[in-house]
Structures are given as structure tokens and as C-alpha cells.
Design a protein. Structure first.
Length: 663
């Protein structure tokens, strides 16, 4: 043994030896205080900034998370309840297996390439009383954490609940919406964590601004739909009034959940029965996104990283399948266009003039004859406009009716369906999502889910899911300014959203036309349904921008100055063009926007869409300080800019700004 080893050994044994000597000499019984976390397994992100610790504290399976030593989630319980037994209580941890993963893959949405870089740990766990052996799988990323429970076994088993909790640090601010009024179609509340009372519900994603300058975190889930095996109920969160939230599965939702109002108590009673599983149980991933700033939080890929990969038999080219083409859609629901065959032909014609790729038709298509359907679809397709049909989910519960519906769409030439009123996260409803996605893919049909819960990675597993609602969107009434500047940093963290942006009439409430135009670039979905009548889009001053707005992006930057509920400022790139989009909240604001994200040292052409100043004064463009203001209607200006310059933008309450920058 060398000298260093002798020193280390003596150093650590010294306290124990001294205690033993004291006990022998004086007969005094001296005890060593127990380690507060006697069995602890740490997991670190690849860059070392995020720590996830799983521990058995007096037999209770728990965890905590920190970022740069600042608490993100304080010590909280883990576990799953199987056949009435809480498998998180009275456990022994085994030897964990660790690996490092670093890969990328094509993506469709906030950016074109997803990064999947993480440290993975698989922790064996034994429940002492029952002898049940299972695993906690953990992935720690540079921008968050994901974990799930995997319980091997055979036969039919019942999952009655989950023991996962999330304890938020004191001093945090939380943005969340309820689920007992309009499911996932409620506005967000902003509260200090201490103001949230026991029994309040939150529909994920729930976003948290941590104390001081610690950063942000958001809680959601992924992988409720499986590539094989049983699907899982969706997750909501229930507050305990002590800074904690408890994971609740779909069947645990409260009695005044909207499903009972829409379908009746018998359906609700059936859906509240604990779900059963056959064979091994693979739970969904509990996802906690973490970042020092909103840009990191928004660009995190974890939700789709942990979702199952797409079936290569159905999607051999992934997102590049021709029938999965993204695009913009006209939608007559909020317009005064007659709900007739001729009215829908008019909308398809206007979509063609705009260069839009889709037309979403509500349920009045069922009043047409088969020949009228075929004629309408052929007319639209000849204009380069694909047709989407609306359908109520209750008509698709029966397997034969569901198969007949998708077969009909295929035979008529319709390109996809908008399926509405799912309104629950019980396993039975999640199974319906999965069945619709699979059968639609077999007929090469795209889907849009309405009356839906939040996305949970389905867009990766099933690329034919082009959008879903799960949001308080434009079909409701304002005010909008605070809401629209909140949902980019809450709801959009889970994935694409069918908010149906852009209206110019009174429905836009206190927001300006520039704000509405900016919403189309921020509130994203591969299939983007516009709420405004397409004739008004064609007649608008900003039609040049409307014609070219992308629905998927190569790169997204959340710009400094963005603040939840107050300002959403984005720079997004598609090819060699940059789109700047700003939505302002309820208070007037002047922001300085650095253009250093432009790659090349040269002048670019910039088209700007701004709110007119009330006095409609001429705007003077000054190099390095360019002021644009707000008012009624929009004005369009053009200028040359380069990456060394900044824009100074005056924003009215509820105002907005859009710019397109090209070489």
C-alpha cells in the first residue's frame, strides 16, 4: 500500500476508531447519526449541470433534481400502485446500469434536427413485502429529465394509481390551467406556488419560473401510446397545497370532468375504473424540462426523444412521405361562408389562390351525396388543395364503423380527418387515439385531434398526426394578449397546436392585426389552420407574408426579452429566410432586438409588418435604431439590415410585429 492510500484510509477510519476508543475507555454509548439518504444513486447530465438523485429514504422511493446546485424539484416520492400495492414504499435499490447516448434525427416543428443526448440509468428495485421486482428508467439531458416505471411480469394486472410527486421550490411562480371546466381548453393562471390550494388540478405542461435567477422548468409526459404492448392513461396533476403536485392517471379525474357533461355518467363511470394490463407494464415517461432561459426550455427535444420511433412499415421515409406534406389550411367554421357545397368550393378556390395546401371541412360534408363528395374533392385537388373531413369521435368507437370511415375517406380522395370530442385521458380513450392513428396511416391519411388532451410524443410515433388542439384557441373569445404570450412557453412545450390563428375582426378583441399575423409564426403546427376568411387574407396588406409563412422550421430562437404572459419574441429560420414574430401582452413596450442571429456579414432585405401609429405618421428608418409603432391596421416598411444592427420596436398593448429577412 502506498503512502497516499495509507493516508486516505486513516483519514476516513479516524472518526470510527475514536468512537470505539471512547466507548472502551469511558463505557459511553455513542451512536453515529444515520445518513439521511442511506441509499442514493446520482445521475448527471452529459454537461454536468443537471443532477437527478434517486434514493430509498427509510424504504420510501424518492428523487430530487437540481441544476447547478439550485433545486428544481425538491425531494418527492416515486412509485406505481399495482394490484392495490404501492410499489414505491418499502423498497431496496439494486445496482444501477449506466450508459451515454448521443444521436440526432430529422424532426418536424421547432427545428429540423432533434438532439438526443443523455445519460441513462436503469435502477433495479425490489418491493420487499411482495417481492415484486421492477425498474426505474432515467434519462438525464442537458435540458431536462425523463423517467418511467417498467414492471416485468405475466397475466392481467391492474394499475390503480401512481406515486410520483413533484415538489416545487418555495418562491417559484407557476403557470397552469385547470381541467375540470373545459378539459385542456382553459386559460392559464399565474400564481406563486404557495397560493395554489390543495385539490386544484393542472393539465400539463405546467411551467415554473424557479426562484431568483435559477431558471425555468416544465412538467409534462410522453409515450402514453406504445409501439407495442398496452397503451397507458394520460396524466394530470393535483396540488396538495404544500408546494407539491401528485400525478393522477386518466381514470382518477374528478367527477365534474367535461366527459361526464358531454356523454353522461355511465360512460364516465366506465372510464373511472382502474385500467388493466396484460404482461409487462411499461409506463409513460414523466418529463421535466429544465433551462436557464426560455429559449432552452422551448427548444428541448425530450418529449419526442423518449416517444417510440415510427413504424418503418407504415412510414418508410419518416416525415418525408409525400402524403405527410405540411401546409396551411383554410377553415370556414369561424367565417360567414355558407355551409353548402358551393360555399366549400369557394373556400377551396380561395385556398388555391393563396397557395394554401389544405381545406378543413366541418361536419356538413355528411349532407352531401357520394357523387357530390367526389366532385368536391376532385375540384379541390385539381387546385392543389387537399381536403380534411371533420368527424365526431363517438362515431369511431366501434371498430367496424371506424374502419368504414377511413376507407370512405380513402375512396373519395379525402386526405385526412379532424376527429373531435375525445375529452378524456382514460386508457380507453388513449386506445382510441392509437387505433385512429394506425388505421389512418394504413390508408395514408393525416389526422387533427380536437377536444383533445396535450400531445405526448405521438407526432414522432405517428407522423400522420399533423396537429391537435388541447388549447384555449381562437374558437373561443378573448381577451387574448396575456394568453397568447403565455402558451408559447406552456402548451407549445408539449408539441404542435391547432390554435387556429389569425383573425382581423372583432374576435381578435384587444389584440392588433400585427399581433394576429405574428401568431401564425409562433403558434405552430405542421398543418396550420387559419381562422380568418381566406378572402380577407387575400385582400390584406400582409398577403405577401401570409403566402410564404412556413409551418415547419429549420431553426427557432426565443429572443431575449421574452417573458411568460408579457412578451413572446421569436426568430425562426426556414431555408435562407428568417421570420421575426413578436406578440405583446397587455402593456405597451419598447424592445431592442439584436440581429446577430443572421449568419453572414452582408446586408439583407427586410420586410416589416407593424401596427400603424395612431397618428399614422411616416416612419423614419435610421441605421442602428429603427422605430416602429402601433395603432389600427398595419403598415409595411422595407429596409436593408445586417447582423451588427438592432431593431427598436415600439409595441402597443396587445400589439405585434412581423419581419421577413432574406438574402
Amino acid at each position: 500500500m502506498n503512502k497516499k492510500r495509507i493516508f486516505v484510509t486513516v483519514f476516513f477510519l479516524y472518526p470510527v476508531l475514536m468512537l470505539a476508543v471512547c466507548n472502551l475507555l469511558y463505557g459511553t454509548e455513542i451512536t453515529v447519526p444515520p445518513d439521511p439518504f442511506p441509499l442514493k444513486i446520482p445521475v448527471f447530465s452529459p454537461d454536468g449541470t443537471i443532477e437527478f438523485h434517486v434514493l430509498s429514504d427509510q424504504g420510501r422511493l424518492s428523487y430530487w433534481i437540481s441544476m447547478r446546485n439550485d433545486p428544481v424539484v425538491e425531494k418527492s416520492p416515486l412509485g406505481i400502485t399495482l394490484n392495490g400495492t404501492d410499489l414505491g414504499n418499502g423498497v431496496l435499490l439494486g445496482k444501477a446500469l449506466t450508459e451515454q447516448v448521443n444521436r440526432t434525427y430529422p424532426w418536424r416543428g421547432k427545428h429540423a434536427v432533434a438532439t438526443d443526448l443523455y445519460t441513462a440509468v436503469r435502477v433495479p428495485i425490489t418491493h420487499n413485502a411482495s417481492g415484486t421486482e421492477y425498474f426505474l428508467e432515467v434519462r438525464v439531458y442537458n435540458d431536462g429529465v425523463a423517467f418511467r416505471y417498467v414492471v416485468p411480469g405475466e397475466g392481467i394486472r391492474k394499475v390503480s394509481g401512481e406515486g410520483t410527486g413533484i415538489k416545487i421550490p418555495a418562491g417559484s411562480t407557476v403557470w397552469y390551467h385547470g381541467i375540470v371546466g373545459m378539459h385542456y381548453e382553459e386559460k392559464h393562471k399565474e400564481k406563486d406556488i404557495l397560493q395554489i390550494e390543495a385539490g386544484e388540478w393542472a393539465g400539463p405542461p405546467m411551467t415554473v419560473k424557479l426562484p431568483g435567477k435559477s431558471g425555468y422548468m416544465a412538467v409534462t409526459e410522453s409515450g402514453v401510446i406504445k409501439s407495442s404492448g398496452d397503451n397507458f392513461p394520460g396524466m394530470a396533476l393535483e396540488a396538495d397545497g404544500k408546494r407539491g403536485f401528485q400525478v393522477r392517471l386518466g381514470h382518477e379525474h374528478p367527477e365534474n370532468y367535461p366527459y361526464v357533461l358531454r356523454y353522461g355518467k355511465e360512460d364516465h363511470k366506465r372510464l373511472t375504473a382502474p385500467p388493466t394490463f396484460t404482461g409487462s407494464i411499461e409506463g409513460p415517461w414523466r418529463v421535466i424540462l429544465i433551462g436557464r432561459d426560455l429559449n432552452t426550455l422551448f427548444n428541448a427535444d425530450i418529449v419526442h426523444n423518449v416517444a417510440p420511433k415510427p413504424d418503418p412499415g407504415l412510414f418508410p421515409k419518416g416525415f418525408d412521405e409525400e402524403w405527410l406534406a405540411p401546409g396551411r389550411a383554410v377553415w370556414g367554421y369561424l367565417t360567414d361562408e355558407p355551409r353548402t357545397l358551393e360555399g366549400m368550393k369557394n373556400l377551396s378556390g380561395l385556398a388555391g389562390e393563396l397557395g394554401f395546401e389544405y381545406h378543413t371541412v366541418e361536419g356538413h360534408w355528411r349532407r352531401w351525396s357520394l357523387q357530390e363528395e367526389k366532385d368536391f374533392v376532385a375540384y379541390s385537388n385539381n387546385l392543389g388543395v387537399k381536403v380534411i373531413y371533420w368527424e365526431h369521435s363517438k362515431n369511431l368507437r366501434d371498430p367496424k364503423a371506424r374502419s368504414d370511415f377511413f376507407k370512405h375517406l380513402h375512396e373519395v380522395g379525402v386526405s385526412g380527418a379532424k376527429i373531435d370530442f375525445l375529452d378524456h385521458e382514460a386508457k380507453e380513450v388513449i386506445d382510441l387515439y392509437a387505433a385512429c392513428l394506425k388505421e389512418a396511416a394504413q390508408y395514408k391519411l393525416i389526422l387533427n385531434f380536437h377536444g383533445a388532451n396535450k400531445p405526448a410524443g405521438e407526432a414522432r410515433t405517428w407522423p400522420n398526426e399533423m396537429t391537435r388542439e388541447g388549447v384555449f384557441g381562437m374558437e373561443f373569445r378573448g381577451p387574448w394578449a396575456t394568453h397568447n404570450t403565455t402558451i408559447p412557453f406552456t402548451r407549445l412545450l408539449a408539441g404542435h397546436v391547432d390554435y387556429t390563428p389569425v383573425v382581423f375582426g372583432e374576435r381578435r378583441a384587444e389584440t392588433s392585426e400585427a399581433h394576429q399575423l405574428a401568431s401564425a409564426a409562433i403558434l405552430q403546427a405542421p398543418m396550420l389552420n387559419f381562422a380568418e376568411h381566406p378572402q380577407n387574407l387575400l385582400a390584406h396588406k400582409a398577403v405577401e407574408y401570409i403566402r410564404q409563412i412556413p409551418t415547419t422550421w429549420d431553426e427557432t430562437i426565443v429572443l431575449p426579452g421574452s417573458e411568460i404572459g408579457k412578451l413572446a419574441a421569436f426568430a425562426r429560420r426556414k431555408g435562407d429566410r428568417w421570420f421575426i414574430a413578436v406578440m405583446n401582452g397587455e402593456k405597451g413596450n419598447t424592445i431592442k432586438m439584436d440581429l446577430s442571429f443572421l449568419k453572414n456579414e452582408k446586408d439583407y432585405d427586410m420586410m416589416m409588418i407593424r401596427d400603424k401609429k395612431p397618428e399614422e405618421a411616416r416612419v423614419v428608418l435610421v441605421r442602428n435604431r429603427q422605430l416602429f409603432g402601433g395603432g389600427k391596421g398595419v403598415a409595411i416598411d422595407r429596409a436593408k439590415v445586417n447582423r451588427r444592427e438592432s431593431l427598436w420596436i415600439d409595441l402597443i398593448p396587445g400589439g405585434g410585429f412581423v419581419a421577413v429577412i432574406s438574402e
